[in-house]
Every structure is written in structure tokens, then in C-alpha cells.
Design a protein around this ligand. Structure first.
Ligand code: ADP
Length: 216
């Protein structure tokens, strides 16, 4: 089973993907995380990617397609992927479709997390990620504490693109480039809509129900 988690920036895709990975024994593919790894390595390519990401624009399809091909061609991940933040435009969606066919796999569902614009901005501005364990927190809604986080607070980082100006651009990019993909998946009867405004565990429960219904 391969799953696509779809939704605007800050919809909670990463949080839900981490929970799904644990319960359903899948592997997460976050193109955003993969790009941030490349940026960390400080290569020429990484610097080029950083300037695109910080503008809130999409990184070129060639770079993304190569990343995805590496993963889909690896037998270890066969039919066990959850895509978080990918595909991000129609080209990428069509490309994924052809890779999936080529490697004889299948997309089982597309889970669309709906969240309104105001909440997105609050979620993103407050977002903190632990550089040590990868857990995601929010200064306003889910602050890191000794109860929910065992790493040193010094590991809590803010992403350079999580500022109010870049968020507006990321949201525009989402509306113009990413949202139109939904029609592509609607046509394939893969789409499930989820209210992403509730509690994390409530949303996860809904997602589990959908995934369970796919398996039977
Ligand atoms: P969010 O979902 O909060 O925007 P991501 O980590 O998914 O966060 O993405 C951060 C940035 O990385 C995006 O704004 C974009 O610049 C780049 N990016 C991530 N995934 C893709 C992709 N599939 N195609 C092009 N650019 C991408």
C-alpha cells in the first residue's frame, strides 16, 4: 500500500505521516525533508535549493523526480510508502503515476487534509522541529516539555522558510500549482477528504479508519 498525504503547507501532513509510519509499518517520503538534507550538506545544489525554498517556490521537477525514482526503484520500500508533500504539481503527479506503473506498485489512497488559511499561518509561525529526534511541536498549540520530549531543548529548531512572508508565497504556490492535482486523483477514485482542524489523535483515528477500509 502506498499512500499520498495531501494538503496545504502546515496542514499537519508530517505529524500524521509519522503516526501512520509507526502504526502501519510504512516508510515516509517527505520531499521537503529530503531537500532540507541536501541544503544541510551545503553543496552547490543545496544552496540553489535553499534559495528556491526560502522564496516559497517549488524546486524543479527534475530534482524531485530523481529523488523519487531512487526510492521507488528500491525493493526495500516496495509498496510501503507514504508520500508527504509530494506530488506538488501536475507534472510530478503524472510522473509518479508512470513510476508506479513501471515498478508495478499502486497508490491506494490520497488523503486530503483540509485546514483553513488562518490556522495554517499560526501553525507554521509557531512550528518547531527537534533536530535530534525529528518530533514536531508548536509554541502555541503543542509546546515541547519534559513530558512529551526527552531531548535537550537546544535541539528545537525553526525552519528558515517558516516566516510570515514566505508562508504567504507557499500558500499561493499551493493554490496555483498543487491544488489542481486533486482533479487528477478524483478521476481515479482515490480521494478521501479529512477535516484537519481537529485534535491530532482524532484526525489520526479518521485516517486509520480509511486505511483499514482499504485493507479489507
Ligand atoms: P510544507 O508542507 O510545510 O510546505 P515541506 O517540507 O513539504 O513543507 O516543503 C518545504 C519546501 O520545500 C516547499 O515550500 C518547496 O519549496 C520545497 N518542496 C518540498 N516538496 C517539494 C516538491 N515535491 N516539489 C517541489 N518543491 C518541493
Amino acid at each position: 500500500m502506498n499512500i499520498i498525504l495531501f494538503g496545504p503547507p502546515g496542514a499537519g501532513k508530517g505529524t500524521q505521516a509519522d503516526k501512520i509510519v509507526k502504526d502501519f509499518n510504512l516508510y515516509k517520503v517527505s520531499t521537503g525533508d529530503l531537500l532540507r538534507e541536501e541544503i544541510k550538506n551545503n553543496t552547490d545544489l543545496g544552496n540553489k535549493i535553499k534559495s528556491t525554498v526560502d522564496k516559497g517556490l517549488l524546486v524543479s521537477d527534475n530534482i524531485i523526480n530523481d529523488l523519487i525514482l531512487n526510492i521507488l526503484s528500491d525493493k526495500k520500500f516496495y509498496n510501503r510508502l507514504i508520500f508527504d508533500g509530494y506530488p506538488r504539481n501536475l507534472e510530478q503527479a503524472k510522473n509518479l503515476h508512470s513510476y508506479i506503473k513501471k515498478y508495478k506498485q499502486k497508490i491506494s489512497c490520497v488523503l486530503n487534509l483540509n485546514v483553513d488559511k488562518e490556522s495554517i499561518i499560526k501553525r507554521i509561525v509557531g512550528r518547531q522541529t527537534c533536530a535530534n529526534c525529528g518530533l514536531i511541536f508548536n509554541e502555541y498549540f503543542k509546546p515541547a516539555s519534559r513530558k512529551n520530549h526527552s531531548c535537550d531543548p537546544k535541539f528545537l529548531n525553526k525552519r528558515s522558510d517558516d516566516n510570515e512572508e514566505t508562508i504567504m508565497n507557499r500558500f499561493e504556490t499551493y493554490l496555483n500549482k498543487t491544488l489542481p492535482i486533486l482533479d487528477f486523483y478524483k478521476g481515479q477514485d482515490l480521494l478521501h477528504h479529512i477535516n484537519g482542524m481537529g485534535q491530532i489523535d482524532q484526525i489520526f483515528k479518521e485516517i486509520c479508519g480509511i486505511i483499514a477500509s482499504l485493507e479489507t
